[in-house]
Design a protein. Structure first.
Length: 320
């Protein structure tokens, strides 16, 4: 393989730049030309590409976001769009493509493979919602950011004897909420993987803690589950403690990647290029028990995502 390309797609995630850097430098080390594609699959459709060299990825390892820019591309997500993108790749001599993104982006990669372009997917999303990997690029940074923010919120809640309901991202998966909630000592954690009951899962633990002398409370909820303002009013009425809300939002997606995300992204980027060198296609990369692994994209996406229910039980037991 003489020429490969790299793009980022879907929501950005800290560590994507480190992954791009690893792909570019490993590709050049393997004797290949490496093309950067701007704005995800939109860039492939518009031929918005440029040749990268060793220096074009200097000074990006430590930066959040993605310097290639990213997009969700409705234009690409049609049979005609995929065919056009594959045609453009062929015209530019691009034989292999590394796609850094989430499961939606991998479906696009799988479709491009069917059109003859060898694709490798790298899991880049703060949600940690890709089943064939223990960790996605960006998750660790987002988790640490969420924890830092909630620690700050706790300072003010503790000073006023208040309760705060904090909403974290996750896109229908509860890893961020569970692990942030455990790490900040949240008295209640709501995740999409478990049905909740406000009296049982929020009010009862708070009342139990109140009886034991606790005066301030942090509740962590995963996004897209509850109307946080309505929940605030209900909780305040039932526990008799002033309750505020805070939606952490996109602050969780930005920022300099943690050591863990930089290392993971660098390892995965290098591994993706090795797979292309070996002539592999339609693979998604993961890390399982600290070992890099790769799966057929369709099979990888079909693996059910496991949720650590036991850890949630532990969090509930010790946050008292
Ligand atoms: O997938 C990453 C993510 O940040 C999710 O956690 C969130 O649900 C979604 O993207 C938000 O998307 P947007 O930035 O388009 O609002």
């Amino acid at each position: 393989m003489k020429k490969i390309a790299v793009l980022t797609s879907g929501g950005d995630a800290p560590g994507m730049n480190a992954a791009i850097r690893a792909v570019v430098r490993s590709g050049i080390a393997a004797g290949m030309e490496v093309i950067g594609v701007r704005r995800g699959y939109d860039g492939l459709l518009d031929n918005d590409v440029f040749e990268m060299d060793l220096r074009s990825v200097s000074n990006i390892l430590q930066r959040g976001g993605t310097f290639l820019s990213t997009a969700r591309s409705p234009r690409f997500n049609t049979p005609a769009g995929v065919k056009q993108a594959a045609r453009n790749c062929r015209q530019m001599g691009i034989e292999g493509l590394v796609v850094i993104g989430g499961d939606g982006s991998f479906k696009g990669a799988r479709d491009l493979c069917a059109e003859g372009i060898s694709c490798i997917g790298l899991p880049g999303t703060i949600d940690n919602d890709i089943s064939c990997t223990d960790y996605t690029i960006g998750y660790d940074t987002a988790l640490n950011t969420a924890i830092e923010m909630v620690d700050r919120i706790r300072d003010t809640m503790q000073s006023h004897d208040r309760c705060c309901i904090v909403e974290v991202m996750g896109h229908h998966k509860g890893d961020l909420a569970l692990n942030a909630g455990l790490a900040v000592g949240a008295v209640a954690i709501l995740v999409p993987e478990e049905q909740y009951n406000i009296d049982r899962d929020i009010i009862a633990p708070i009342k139990r803690s109140q009886k034991l002398g606790k005066h301030h409370f942090i509740i962590v909820v995963s996004e897209l589950m509850v109307d946080i303002e309505a929940l605030c009013k209900e909780v305040e009425r039932k526990i008799g403690v002033k309750t505020r809300s805070c939606v952490l939002g996109h602050v969780q997606r930005g920022g300099s990647p943690t050591a863990r995300d930089r290392v993971l992204a660098s390892e995965m980027g290098h591994y993706a290029v090795q797979l292309l060198v070996q002539g592999k296609s339609c693979r998604v990369v993961g890390i399982k028990n600290d070992q890099l692994v790769n799966y057929d994209i369709t099979e990888g996406l079909a693996i059910p995502k496991e949720f650590n229910h036991e850890l949630l039980r532990v969090a509930r037991e010790i946050s008292i």
